[in-house]
Ligand binder design. Structure first.
Ligand code: DAH
Length: 340
């Protein structure tokens, strides 16, 4: 009997050692200590033994029972801990794992990118941003800029009239007049904004487009300052290989006036459809500000000189990205805009 007891004990201990789940342990416990368990069965036979043997068996089986109960409790604790560890491992979050991209990331419109590049180049030369209204007084859009009513040069820009005195500005130049009247010179301004002209929509025309005006007011302004400024931002936007060319022109608000061409970025200056085989493309108008404009805005033209330029941002964006139809810039087709 004692041997059998020892066998039951060893067997149970080994099984407990290997048990991985609480249910397994319960089963082992039942098979040994339960109502029909092996140890219980042995105890049931005690009545048939004589007194001495009975006492010895009683003692031995109590010891085994106590030992097994302790081991079972230990095993249960071990299994519970292992389970907790497994659960933690499963639920662990790797905080270094890169996130999933759920929403598509937006990007800046090619015109905004172009505008910012020009602006940043000018800000690097000490310019600050200044803005004016899109619905503008005729007086600022034309008269103050040396274009009095009935001046034939008003025909250069086909204007949307709100009434006799109010227009949709045809260029950003009226903001020059506002700045000259409001600010204390010297100053350097970059003036971005929408402008409007009565034009049929086609590949090179839009009734709404974007300009950027530059205005520098100081005591000793020369044409060299103007040329250096324009050269600097053109190279910042298009790269050093692109050439600039100043061509004499006419604007009522500048004297002398010029238009600036850059070597065609599509064909590199060899001649193509975009540059109409000239190798050059116009990007802006500029000049030394006419003393009449300075005087019209309340400053003494003998004391203050200025130069100014007006850039067609659409034109520059098209050249920079090789876009041949201005309408693409305004259609807001995501498939097109995604490319920039
Ligand atoms: N405002 C002119 C245009 O829209 C461009 C321009 C701007 C010419 C400023 C200039 C100037 O001479 O100083 O065509």
């Amino acid at each position: 009997m004692i041997e059998k007891l020892e066998q039951i004990r060893l067997e149970a201990l080994e099984k407990l050692q290997q048990a991985k789940e609480e249910a397994e342990i319960d089963e082992i416990m039942g098979s040994v200590l339960g109502k029909k368990g092996k140890l219980t069965e042995i105890l049931k036979t005690m009545g048939t033994l004589d007194k001495e043997k009975r006492a010895a068996l009683g003692q031995a089986s109590n010891a085994v029972k106590k030992e097994l109960e302790e081991k079972i409790a230990q095993s249960k604790a071990k299994v519970a801990e292992a389970m907790l560890e497994r659960k933690f491992a499963q639920e662990a979050i790797d905080v270094t794992e890169p996130g999933k991209q759920v929403l598509p990331v937006g990007r800046l419109h090619p015109m905004t990118q172009t505008y910012r590049q020009i602006r940043d180049a000018l800000v690097g030369m000490g310019f600050t941003t200044f803005e004016g209204p899109e619905v503008e007084l005729d007086d600022f859009n034309f008269t103050k800029l040396n274009l009095p009513p009935d001046h034939p040069a008003r025909d250069m820009q086909d204007t949307f009239y709100i009434n006799d005195k109010v227009v949709l500005r045809t260029h950003t130049s009226p903001v020059e007049a506002r700045a000259l009247m409001e600010l204390k010179p010297p100053f350097r301004l970059v003036i971005p904004g929408r402008v409007f002209r009565v034009d049929e929509v086609d590949a090179t025309h839009s009734p709404v487009f974007m300009q950027m005006e530059g205005l520098v007011v100081d005591k000793n302004i020369t044409l060299a300052d103007l040329k250096g400024t324009i050269d600097t931002f053109v190279h910042a936007v298009f790269g050093d290989e692109v050439k600039t060319r100043f061509r004499p022109s006419y604007f009522p608000f500048t004297e002398p006036s010029a238009e600036v061409d850059i070597s065609c970025t599509i064909c590199g200056g060899k001649g193509c459809r975009v540059c109409k085989n000239t190798g050059w493309i116009e990007i802006l108008g500029c000049g030394i500000t006419n003393p009449h404009e300075i005087e019209n805005c309340g400053l003494d033209p003998k004391e203050w000189k200025a130069f100014a330029f007006g850039i067609g941002v659409d034109r520059v964006a098209n050249l920079k990205y090789g876009i041949t139809d201005i309408r693409l810039l305004y259609d807001n087709d995501a498939r097109f805009l995604k490319q920039f």
